[in-house]
Design a protein around this ligand. Sequence first.
Ligand SMILES: *[C@@H]1O[C@H](CO)[C@@H](O)[C@H](O)[C@H]1NC(C)=O
Ligand SMILES: *[C@@H]1O[C@H](CO)[C@@H](O)[C@H](O)[C@H]1NC(C)=O
Ligand SMILES: *[C@@H]1O[C@H](CO)[C@@H](O)[C@H](O)[C@H]1NC(C)=O
Length: 208
Amino acid sequence: MCRKLSLLLLLLGLSLGSTLAFHLQTSLKTSSKIQELQMESKVLAETHQDTSSMCFAYYSPQLSQVTDQYQADYDLCMTNYEHNKTVSVHQYYKNDLEQIETDVYRCSEAMLRCYDAETAIEAFECISTTAAEEAQIFYGVSSNATQVAAEVKLFYVKIDTELNKCVNSAERSYVENTSNVYDQLNACLRSNKIPPTPTPPTPTYSTP
Ligand SMILES: *[C@@H]1O[C@H](CO)[C@@H](O)[C@H](O)[C@H]1NC(C)=O
Ligand SMILES: *[C@@H]1O[C@H](CO)[C@@H](O)[C@H](O)[C@H]1NC(C)=O
Ligand SMILES: *[C@@H]1O[C@H](CO)[C@@H](O)[C@H](O)[C@H]1NC(C)=O
């Protein structure tokens, strides 16, 4: 059972790794595709100087819209990341920290109460038993703190993973949308006219 589980985890880890690698490759390939498209527009603009300004006037705002969207998406990724790294992490261990604080406080209080004993013997006996009891509590505090530390570390890993996913998705949208607009721009430069449908990912949109 255990071996099966670890094998599954291993496979998951492997496939996750190769998926990430795949995404990285695709996005690199597509950004070199953007470069090709940019080169193509440059060449096309030179050969169709008469009408190229019309095409650029039409598609430049769309290109900057894609860039603005990417900037906004990226900023949102970073804002969420910073928020989770500070506020959420603190929320996450706040209760444990309070619990530990209470335990520690209660221990010192119990010890201090021993000083109220009538005689020195009573006081030392009180300290002796209280300290022994508190050693148990401190043992619990120690193991709890170890566990919380491990959980918080794991939470940080999750936050980093979320940031990576978020940025990857923003980059992918940027690359896809940019290629899309360049495709249309180049079609415009080639045909000397603006294609009838303005934006491709809006099928419900009808030209006025
Ligand atoms: C770009 O593509 C994504 C989906 O891939 C979409 O949500 C977004 O609105 C598109 N437009 C712009 C201007 O980035
Ligand atoms: C350790 O954690 C457990 C479960 O969260 C809690 O019940 C217990 O009071 C904690 N002990 C100490 C000493 O903090
Ligand atoms: C971080 O914050 C965002 C939004 O506030 C949320 O969607 C995301 O699930 C959070 N968690 C992690 C582990 O990043």
